[in-house]
Design a protein around this ligand. Structure first.
Ligand SMILES: [Zn+2]
Ligand SMILES: [Zn+2]
Length: 273
């Protein structure tokens, strides 16, 4: 009997180990540049709250945004939200504030401009919500800032927005979950080599497993050089693909010559080995 008991315990522990291995980190596509990263019980969101499609980008579909708000699986237990920049196809204060008020353990990290947009949306200076909103004021020449918060190692640099929009603070967030899986989101960065190479030491300081650049990096000579030689990510998934790519992802991926997220709800496994 006793032997049987130990055997069952050993078996259960083997199963638990197997389950951990069979439960890889995943990227879940939300829409435009919205991505959720999950690694066991650690979960983060990038550019997940925005209200403007500008007529051509996918909004987060209602069923996904409702599940996020309700905190149903797999959108439960989010630890932090990261925002690349204040453009309306990446960030709108009202839905972000509503989410943060409903999910009281969640922190938001963005630029000073994101912080100011939240203040402009009616959050007053004495509102306890502000303790969970972290506005980082960085210019493109500034060195990376780093934070360690619970299960997350967070580093951020400012990379100028594509198409000469020098007044917009656009951030590339690199986040490591559980000391194990590292992802990078580039917002609307332009594929301009010196904007990245000035931060070469930062990019080389930690291995990025999966990077999410805007799709204009993919198949673009300088964009590919930045992804391969400067960032050096193992896996690339392009985002910000126009909404009309939805349902035609395979054609778009083939034409781009690389992986793209095109349909909200699709996922990729993140290989952290
Ligand atoms: Zn933008
Ligand atoms: Zn954009």
């Amino acid at each position: 009997m006793r032997l049987f008991y130990y055997t069952v315990l050993a078996g259960a522990s083997l199963l638990a180990n197997a389950a951990a291995h069979d439960d890889p980190a995943k990227a879940h596509y939300l829409g435009n540049e919205g991505v959720m990263i999950t690694h066991q019980q650690t979960k983060i969101l990038f550019d997940a709250f925005y209200a403007n499609s500008y007529g051509q980008y996918a909004l987060v579909p209602d069923d996904i945004s409702e599940a996020m708000m309700a905190g149903t699986t797999p959108y439960d237990g989010v630890d932090a939200i990261f925002v690349s920049h204040v453009h309306g196809d990446h960030f709108t204060a009202a839905p972000a504030i509503a989410y943060l008020r409903t999910h009281e353990g969640v922190h938001l990290y963005g630029s000073q401009q994101v912080y100011d947009a939240i203040l402009s949306a009616g959050v007053t200076a004495d509102d306890p919500l502000l303790a969970r909103i972290h506005g980082v004021n960085l210019a493109p020449e500034d060195e990376a800032e780093s934070f360690e918060v619970g299960a997350l190692n967070i580093d951020v640099v400012a990379i100028p927005h594509a198409g000469n929009r020098p007044t917009i603070q656009n951030f590339a967030w690199r986040v490591t979950l559980d000391g194990d899986v590292t992802v990078m989101h580039l917002g609307d960065a332009g594929p301009v080599v010196p904007d990245f190479s000035r931060h070469l030491a930062h990019f080389k300081a930690r291995k990025t497993h999966t990077a999410f650049p805007p799709y204009w990096f993919i198949g673009h000579e300088d964009g590919e050089m930045i992804l391969e030689d400067i960032i050096g990510a193992d896996q690339i998934v392009g985002v910000h693909v126009p909404k009309r790519a939805g349902g035609n992802g395979d054609d778009w991926r083939e034409r781009a010559g690389g992986d793209l997220f095109t349909d909200p709800g699709e996922t990729r496994e993140i290989n952290d080995r």
